[in-house]
Design a protein. Structure first.
Length: 189
């Protein structure tokens, strides 16, 4: 699969088979993330692979966060929220949490550190697709919660920017119509 085909055909895959992903493929996906451009070669990315009980531990953190935001923990609605948060990390056999640890070197711009890690995540998604795996980049407010940062041992400046849910696709994602790039492009001469 050439890069143009990979870019055009990659889709978020929300449902994964309960099937082990070989370590070699996970390592290949992570390595591709480290080839993203990063100004001053700061290599601000950090990767955390969760499988098996590791996903349950992340679910425990999600539940702790959810409980801190709920008013009536005993209500049926709250119980559903708690259960959903506990089970969210179990939607795929592997999650790669991707964090940013910004450099404190002079001239390093914080936005560029985040941009580098986000570019790395895109490399990872494309690599997963090229290897025949499905992946989906998940975030949401829970991703940026200090308890998540603490769980992964990131510094106060660090932050998780992506949960890459990874596995063998259990669905064929529908193609999506994109706006023609010509409509989004302004040429300035």
């Amino acid at each position: 699969m050439n890069i143009h085909e990979a870019i055009r055909t990659r889709r978020s895959v929300p449902l994964m088979e309960d099937k082990t992903v070989p370590t070699e493929l996970i390592e290949q996906i992570i390595e591709s993330g480290t080839y993203a451009p990063n100004h001053f070669r700061t290599e601000p990315w950090r990767f955390f692979v969760l499988s098996g009980e590791g996903r349950t531990k992340l679910g425990d953190v999600f539940v702790e966060i959810a409980k801190s935001e709920l008013e009536d923990l005993e209500s049926e609605a709250s119980q559903k929220v708690i259960e959903r948060n506990q089970n969210n990390p179990l939607r795929s056999p592997v999650i790669i949490a991707v964090g940013v640890e910004p450099s404190d070197r002079n001239r390093v711009i914080l936005k560029e550190e985040f941009a580098a890690v986000n570019a790395g995540v895109q490399n990872m998604l494309l690599t997963a697709h090229a290897l025949g795996l499905g992946a989906i980049w998940r975030t949401g407010s829970i991703c940026y919660n200090p308890k998540v940062t603490e769980f992964f041992g990131l510094s106060e400046q660090g932050e998780v920017v992506a949960f890459v849910y990874l596995g063998y696709p259990d669905v064929e994602p529908a193609s999506r119509k994109r706006t023609d790039a010509k409509e989004l492009t302004t040429w300035i001469s």
